[in-house]
Ligand binder design. Structure first.
Ligand code: ATP
Ligand code: ZN
Length: 468
């Protein structure tokens, strides 16, 4: 049943009152929301000032020719070093550095120079990233295998410090381009791995009057020195003539522990930073020798600039860049060159050796690599006689015993036992064949080289065979 007359009108009045109150609440909510948003905007603009209750509308910090606020935040931990300070930091930012070689030395050097705030960083490298680089060339990543090292390093450096002007050069530095590029920089860092490029960089730096921060690393040893700095010696003052090419070992043949170039590369960056920040450098006319096995650092004094030096001496004969590959008798890259020492009839191909193996024909396989390399990979049943030990009486005795044992397996009408010699790339094996032909001349053997060695085997016969 419906409500009676007076009760009904009371209900209507109450409803109107509730509606009015609801409208009032909505209005107040709107006012509150508006106030909140204004206060949030004010907070965003000047959070610190409002919280401290100390509002000023005039900026108190003017960078002028000093460091801007982001730079102060980024470099704060080194800015408070009295030896560096704002002055030193500004000097770093005003310095340009050309780093040649974005490999084992170049990666750590680049990373610390960029992090420290060097103004402009040129990165030169002609090569591309390979998987076997990653254990020490720490700016490159798995995803960059196959990418030019200069670009890969520049991308990594930019990611670390986008304020550094980074210039990648994907090219081989040589006599035709070195002066033009080097002229554009204040300091040059030699992070390369071959003698021809060392002479090239040295001469180019002397001719353009640039300091050269030089590093090297091999196996467990590293070296560092600074050439052509404030009247100090240059590389030619130390080494007027290049070493015989066969005495120079590279990382792919000799090996290197990644942390060794890491340490030397960092020290190269340190010398550059000191030089740029107008501090005394430590290794001009001094050579640092680092022995990672002993964990020792030694510094020796080098002879001073030589008046007779061909490039920085009193009467220089080198007044322009020359052909450094010809001068050194070696390529300006450390890629192992294929030697051709033996005649064709003293060598067989990996395909021919594959046939020998498949037919189980009696033969002896001599692997002349280091024992540590046989642990990595080997062909079936080799006798290991390292190239450095072929002439040792005990090794020769082992070899002769193995030959005599195999000779017994020969058929009556087989005249000579085939002895095949293998190494990693087919260079050492040729030298070993020459030695073994003489050393085993009293036995009925036919000593033959396996052309291209195990790397040719990996590429042409068995792609599952490791390359290293
Ligand atoms: N003349 C040159 N111009 C440009 N880059 C050079 C020159 N000479 C050497 N390099 C570069 O210097 C770097 C030296 O670094 P490192 O010896 O660690 O590397 P790698 O040659 O890749 O090593 P590996 O000997 O194991 O193959 C290499 O990346 C090489 O390409
Ligand atoms: Zn000199």
């Amino acid at each position: 049943m419906a409500a009676s007359g007076p009760e009904n009108s009371e209900l209507v009045r109450l409803r109107e009152e509730v509606a009015e109150k609801t409208r009032e609440i909505e209005r107040l909510k709107l006012i509150l929301a508006e106030r909140n948003s204004t206060s949030a905007q004010t907070k965003e603009a000047t959070p610190a000032l409002i919280e401290s209750g100390n509002i000023r509308d005039v900026p108190t910090f003017q960078p002028a020719d000093g460091l801007d606020k982001p730079s102060i935040a980024r470099y704060s931990r080194q800015l408070i070093l009295p030896e560096l300070g704002v002055k030193g930091q500004l000097a770093l930012g005003g310095t340009s550095v050309l780093l040649v070689g974005a490999g084992g030395l170049g990666c750590p050097a680049a990373v610390y120079l960029a992090a420290a705030g060097i103004g402009r960083l040129g990165l030169v490298d002609y090569d591309s990233v390979e998987l076997n680089n990653l254990h020490r060339q720490v700016l490159h990543t798995e995803g960059k295998v196959g990418t030019p090292k200069a670009l890969s390093a520049a991308t990594a450096v930019k990611g670390l410090n986008s304020t550094v002007q980074c210039v990648p050069y994907h090219l081989q530095l040589d006599s035709t381009n070195a002066l033009d590029i080097i002229k554009q920089y204040d300091i040059v860092v030699d992070c390369t791995d071959n003698v021809a490029t060392r002479y090239l960089l040295n001469d180019a730096c002397v001719l353009t009057n640039k300091p050269l921060v030089s590093g090297s690393a091999l196996r467990f040893e590293g070296q560092l020195t600074v050439y052509n700095y404030k009247g100090g010696p240059c590389y030619r003052c130390m080494y007027p003539t290049p070493p015989p090419p066969e005495t120079v070992t590279n990382c792919s043949d000799g090996g290197v522990l990644g942390v060794v170039p890491g340490i030397i590369g960092c020290l190269q960056a340190l010398e550059v930073i000191k030089m740029a920040a107008r501090q005394e450098v430590s290794y001009s006319q001094r050579l640092l020798l680092f022995d990672a096995l002993d964990g020792t650092f030694r510094a020796i004094k080098l002879r001073p600039r030589q008046a007779s030096c061909a490039v920085c001496g009193d009467a220089p004969t080198v007044t322009q860049l020359q052909d450094y590959e010809q001068f050194c008798g070696a390529k300006a890259c450390d890629k192992t060159q294929s030697l051709r020492i033996l005649q064709d009839n003293e060598r067989i191909s990996v395909q021919e050796y594959h046939t020998v193996l498949s037919s189980s024909a009696p033969h002896l396989l001599v692997d002349v690599r280091q024992p540590v390399e046989l642990d990595i990979c080997q062909l079936p049943n080799p006798i290991n006689v390292p190239i450095s030990q072929v002439s040792r009486p005990e090794q020769l005795q082992r070899l002769k015993t193995a030959v005599n044992c195999k000779l017994k397996q020969l058929e009556q009408d087989d005249k000579k036992l085939p002895v095949y010699v293998v190494c990693r790339q087919g260079n050492d094996s040729q030298i070993a064949v020459q030695h073994l032909k003489k050393l085993l001349s009293d036995l009925p053997v036919n000593v033959t080289d396996i052309r291209g060695g195990l790397m040719a085997w990996a590429r042409k016969i068995d792609t599952s065979f490791p390359e290293y």
